[in-house]
Design a protein around this ligand. Structure first.
Ligand SMILES: CC(C)(COP(=O)(O)OP(=O)(O)OC[C@H]1O[C@@H](n2cnc3c(N)ncnc32)[C@H](O)[C@@H]1OP(=O)(O)O)[C@@H](O)C(=O)NCCC(=O)NCCS
Length: 185
């Protein structure tokens, strides 16, 4: 018997916050304060947050801020027991789609210098380290690596994105449409 897993990306809602925060406490050294997501969803016009569900179960989430022509990745997290299954890739792909919808040209982010898993994910999407902020994380004094994507509209970025997400079927992740192409191109 073949088991079919359904993945779906949706905007984060207030009803998701408790689960998001439970994942956040599990996978981040310094989770955001209690009301941060509620404030982001209700009061931050620059913010977009999404959740990834597997068969209805929330397994990960991600967000960005649109700041002019840049989209700044504010967070991305996958439930500990579900990491390493490609969900981080799907969420980052969904952030690219959102960034394109918002007509931004680049994605940028900060990541802990020791977070090799996340850095590997970003590098696999063509992000480059362009700077280091010394002692940026006050909880342990770790440096932040500042990373930037290529232009989201460059052929190189688009081709790599398509390749990285090839064969992944997730409702709400329509890369072709985000690039203004007919489905299947
Ligand atoms: C970072 C995170 C979101 C990645 O999610 P994930 O579902 O585990 O990642 P994926 O399975 O989609 O892996 C995506 C890519 O990451 C890279 N990667 C995965 N495991 C890696 C490892 N141990 N070391 C280096 N790179 C790794 C690979 O490029 C991989 O792609 P591939 O399997 O096609 O080669 C997840 O590990 C997480 O929630 N970590 C804790 C929170 C966090 O650190 N967030 C980032 C803050 S900047």
């Amino acid at each position: 018997m073949q088991v079919i897993t359904r993945l779906a990306l949706e905007p984060m809602s207030h009803a998701d916050i408790a689960t998001v925060q439970a994942i956040e406490r599990q996978v981040f050294v310094s989770p955001w304060p209690k009301n941060a997501y509620a404030t982001e969803l209700s009061h931050n016009p620059h913010a977009s947050y999404i959740v990834l569900r597997r068969d209805g179960d929330l397994v990960g989430y991600a967000g960005l801020w649109k700041l002019g022509s840049e989209a700044h990745v504010t967070t991305i997290g996958v439930r500990a027991e579900d990491q390493g299954n490609g969900y981080g890739k799907v969420l980052l792909g969904a952030l690219v789609v959102r960034a394109l919808e918002l007509k931004t040209h680049w994605l940028t982010l900060e990541v802990r210098s020791g977070n090799l898993h996340a850095i590997g994910l970003y590098e696999s999407f063509g992000f480059k380290a362009i700077g280091r902020r010394l002692g940026y994380y006050t909880d342990n004094g770790e440096d932040a690596i500042v990373m930037w994507s290529d232009s989201l509209y460059s052929q190189r970025f688009e081709r790599n994105l398509m390749r990285r997400l090839e064969g992944i079927d997730a409702a709400g992740l329509d890369l072709a449409a985000a690039y203004g192409k007919p489905a299947g191109r």
